[in-house]
Design a binder for this molecule. Sequence first.
Ligand code: GLA
Ligand code: ZN
Length: 675
Amino acid sequence: MWRKVWETEKIAYGGDYNPEQWPEETWEEDMRLLKLAHIDTLTLNVFSWAALQPSEDEYRFEKLDKIMEMAKRNHMNVCLATSTAAHPAWMAKKYPDILRTDFKGIKRKFGARHNSCPNSPTYRKYSVRLAEKLAERYQNYDNIVGWHIANEYGGECYCENCEKAFRVWLRKRYETLEELNRVWNTSFWGHTFYDWEEIVLPDHRTEHFTEDLTTAQTISLDYRRFNSESILDCFRMEYEAVKKYTPDVPVTTNLMEGAYKALDYRKWGKFMDFISWDNYPSNEDSFSRIAFSHDLMRGVGDGKPFVLMEQTPSAQNWQPVNTLKRPGVMRLWSYQAVAHGADAVLFFQLKRSIGSCEKYHGAVIDHAGHENTRVFREVAELGAELDKLGGEILGASGAAEVALMFDWENWWAIEYSAGPSVYLKYLDEIMKYYTALHEQNIAVDIVGQESNLFGYKVVIAPILYMTKPGVDDRIRKFVQEGGNFVTTFFSGYVDENDLVVIGGYPGRLRDILGIWVEEIDALPESKKNSFVYKGNTYSAGMLCDIMHLEGAKSLAEYQEDFYAGTPVVTCNSFGEGYAYYVGTRSEDAFYKKLIQEICEKQQVYPAAFAPSGVEAVERFRNNEHYLFLLNHNEAGEEILMFRDCVDLLSGRSYQEKETLNLAAKGVAILKWIEE
Ligand code: GLA
Ligand code: ZN
């Protein structure tokens, strides 16, 4: 079951607001405008560290006090940030350990943001101290609905402090050098370590050719784990600090754009009270790609509340080309977030600054400074609509019977792998399966290798290259008890240390899948093989597994090359269930067909049968059902109602078999009560 994030009566609406960048005289007019836009939640204090702490022992909260008072007076809820995502210049000068060293070994100077070394004693000391001071000072503000720790944590550091901390981390993980040498396979290329102090960070100066190409996969993999955990530790320390004074205020940090590779967000999700993320799709991203990000981010919380912390109301500033959101798109994407579980719709930013790199980033209050803009009107209309909607949908759950497995460590290992093909990108393969499901409006939960698979009917794990301890057992049990499992080429190769599981691929998954993969052929981009599946011919490319059946049935065979006639798609009947294997990369039509068949057989149905381009997503609470219909097309669409219901947005009632006309970029939220 999903849970509500706040005991509010409505979907929270608002976003990042930086009054400290403006003269005080302008604040009240901002409040007037924001209330006019039905905004009720302000994310405050995101980048004020330098202002709050002008020197080592001096703290100045007067301005923030005024801002907090203003928010309260205006009945605004506050998501209070701790400001620790950009350290003050004086601190960098006095304590250079706070500065990062980059991948090339260059020690950075002061500048930009999101740039503190996570293992810097200075950073840890002063960030935690600031978080604690803020919590102490503002603990009695009952309009603080959440803590927003730092901002978009990310990146890496290769400084000496990190190197020392890495050794400590390794000692804890491996205890002995013998074990470390074994796991790191150091007998290869003469890497044996005799002293912990000999260990250095894997970067451009040591093991790496480029950021993605390493000669020592397990060392690089461990560095990624360590880096993600080091940064997570910073979050956790601030978490503890604010909890001392405000134990009941839920804590989050805004996670970055969908699948951010450097941080293992599934590990992070465990330590956050609610999950929040920033949705900035590029012009090329499909609506399925955005839906995927929502599902992925919601999934890292394993049922914890979920909010959209940032989106632009109109344009971004950091894409090469910052196209405006067309009329209706901001509303459509806001409801898409809600459809996928969000209990808040928040913007970056509420007001445009006049200087520096975000002055042309979209905002609710534009440089024009008044309410007579297209963007303001759209924001205000959505605000009014969310007021009307009230608490209807808050905390309602999704209804997925299909799980897609996504794992950060697996991702790192796949893309560090030297061979079989540089074209192999984990996200691309994940998206092929996700899109096939999503375009058919089949709800998906994104789970990790550690997740409980109980209750799902279908589990899909594209490129399950690294099988971490226990995942094969969970899958084995899932299939034995009647589940349907799908995986692909390049699966089951290695263990959690990126060491090959010997005895034949796909390693620990071999008995479940009933196959043995003897070889894997990598094709250049221009070359394709093909296969016939249920009467249609589909392409096979990039990687082609050459395999033997060990109990599985072949569903399709290659048509060309020296392995023509050998299986490419297989199905193994295992216990009460079935395990499918797709030994190559094919095309969208194939994935759609395969997924449809498996889902149908398992009686997994779309949320609704809708025209292509209309996304249908359901949330429910007890016997109340909410079906979101989101028309991403440029033209209106007709949808046949399959039951009596009422559209909460238009207020119109529909009877079964009636037609609902959904305008281009239009949204309907159909409600019915199951008897
Ligand atoms: C990120 C940050 C914000 C802002 C936006 C601009 O999400 O968290 O501070 O820079 O990007 O798109
Ligand atoms: Zn460092």
